[in-house]
Design a protein around this ligand. Sequence first.
Ligand code: FRU
Length: 485
Amino acid sequence: IPSTSQDCWRPALHFTAERFWINDPNGLVFAGGQWHLFFQHNPQGNTWGHMSWGHAVSDDLLHWRHLPLAIPEDESHMAFSGSVVIDDRGSSGLGADGQAPFVAIYTACAQQPVRHQAQHLAFSSDGGVRWTQYAGNPVLDIGAQDFRDPKVFWHESSGRWVMVVVLPHERKASFYASPDLRHWSHLSDFGPAGGVEGIWECPDLISVPVQGQPGRRAWVLKVDAFEGHPTGGSGAQVFVGDFDGSRFRATQPARWVDHGSDFYAAICWAHVPAEDGRAVWLGWMNNHRYAAATPTQAWCGAMSIPRRLSVRDDAGALVLCQEPVAELATARRERWQCGPFALGAGGVDEVVRLGAGDVLDLEIAWRPGTATEFGLLLRCGGQEATRVGWDAERRALFVDRSLSGLGPDDPVYRLPQYAPLAPQADGRVVWRVLLDRCSVELFADGGAVVLTNLIFPSPESLELRAFVRGGSAELLSLECWALEA
Ligand code: FRU
């Protein structure tokens, strides 16, 4: 393995494997006071293959302790994506000594003699460290080549377990029910709908709190599409709707969750205690288009920052919002601020130095003037810079990675991305940046607008600058914290 001394892109606050490849988060579950993160992992190399479940735990969703490989591939199957529940009702009969077992339901993928995917069950009585394969596997097999990524949850009002799983090529999410996690019966299908250019993967049906209405929650069905995201490549879409325990019905048009290129396969943590009440998810911060071509050597793939979900009721339009979990504030150290000052007043394009750093949490507010574009240059140095700003003509937040460093040679990586963003009612344009060593996550409009992107700048490019182009703009305030793991 290459030494980690050249590991300039290893994130400070985003999850990576100790070494080697990861993709989707799996089996996110809160238990015993800890946030468990299982994940698609190749324990043998830095490319996709030998898919197994890695495992880590955290007290605060920021610092992760690596645990031994949880579910390895076996002679005939790889362990693809899936979920974990805590069987605290003893419904499965799989617990030892009356303890509530961890139950994982995931896709076992066989390639020989022909490709075959079915849902398998494994259980653990020691908090997810050691797992036993259920002797009656598979627990759900429809004889399909592609049938995967089961997400299981307890449905309170019908008093049974519900699974959502995808038929990727049909662009369908299928719902099943079970009294015991071992026997499953088909309920209904949803789809095709929304983005159908690419195959569907990694569904989740999430009960999300509605802002400002204590007790009200909305059902959100998320499915990923392998292709067809507006930036090109893969991405996540959501449908807000109703779920009656048997059938999901979308009541709002599909929306893409993230306007950046690198947010995929997100699922929510299960069994978050009622007193916490949050819906929290994270995603694989990557894109199927170029994941294999990203330049890190000792490890490959990182997770997004965990995000709290809420739904905002915009006069009847229910909009999913994502914000970094509040725990992130505990990583804030040195703080600085500046502004207000006017830029580009003489009609001359301007760039000013604001500071430096590679792990930052900042909020910036602008008052648009005559400028066609204004914003920030992140990780600047030499010819490098990642531009994040506001385009006045498009009225859109944008990210431009064309000079971000050593990115994959793919238009999905190099082309700028735009997310519609109107100035606030007070005329200001405001956004938050979460910068880590290989990523930029942008949040605006209360988390309704999010852009998640990988970057691979050289370690010397550390400056933070502001720019205006084609006229004037006022940088009203910048508030910035250096973050520390
Ligand atoms: C999504 C995915 C899943 C599958 C897993 C295999 O990234 O393709 O559909 O279960 O990765 O690693």
